[in-house]
Ligand binder design. Structure first.
Ligand code: COA
Length: 142
């Protein structure tokens, strides 16, 4: 939750509450990874959920101080490998259309745009934002 609070811009309302996070972590098929700094403080995480042959990346965040050093990419690649080990063929995610940093990260990790959902996210000011659905085939990791 420390990374959650520091990692997401409040204007987009994307950070989950502790109750949402613990509820999802308690569900069958959920899995997560945490990145720790040298002093053991959490500085990044991913949260995923399996659904049949597909896995969805629900959240990824890196604290602002730890960004730009490859940690997001490392966490994403670990999530892809975890999904493959669980038998998934594809990893899906949804990303806010104007979250250009995250979209660049996902493209670098081999994800491609496969759809667009208008007005999917509700920002704190009442403004709505489209989501881009992205997919990565995991077969190339074999
Ligand atoms: C998106 C996020 C996880 C990236 O973490 P990071 O550790 O900074 O990412 P990396 O250093 O591994 O970046 C890897 C590549 O992604 C791309 N990238 C990452 N952040 C970028 C940015 N702000 N602008 C443009 N490209 C970016 C670049 O191609 C980068 O490679 P390069 O450094 O060689 O150019 C981080 O910015 C974050 O936590 N954002 C807030 C939470 C969020 O929006 N999560 C996604 C929706 S759940």
């Amino acid at each position: 939750m420390t990374v959650m609070r520091a990692g997401f811009d409040p204007q987009f309302g994307e950070a989950w509450s502790a109750a949402q996070l613990s509820g999802t972590l308690g569900m069958a098929g959920s899995f997560a990874r945490q990145a720790l700094a040298a002093d053991d403080a959490a500085c990044g995480f991913t949260l995923c959920r399996s659904a049949g042959p597909e896995v969805e990346l629900l959240l990824i965040a890196v604290t602002p101080a730890a960004r730009g050093r490859g940690l997001g990419l490392l966490l994403l690649e670990a999530a892809c490998k975890d999904a493959l080990q669980r038998g998934a063929s594809d990893l899906f995610l949804e990303v806010r259309e104007n979250n250009l940093g995250a979209r660049a990260l996902y493209r670098k990790a081999g994800f491609r745009d496969v759809g667009r959902r208008a007005d999917y996210y509700a920002g704190s000011s009442g403004r709505r934002f489209a989501a881009i659905t992205m997919r990565r085939h995991l077969g190339d990791l074999l």
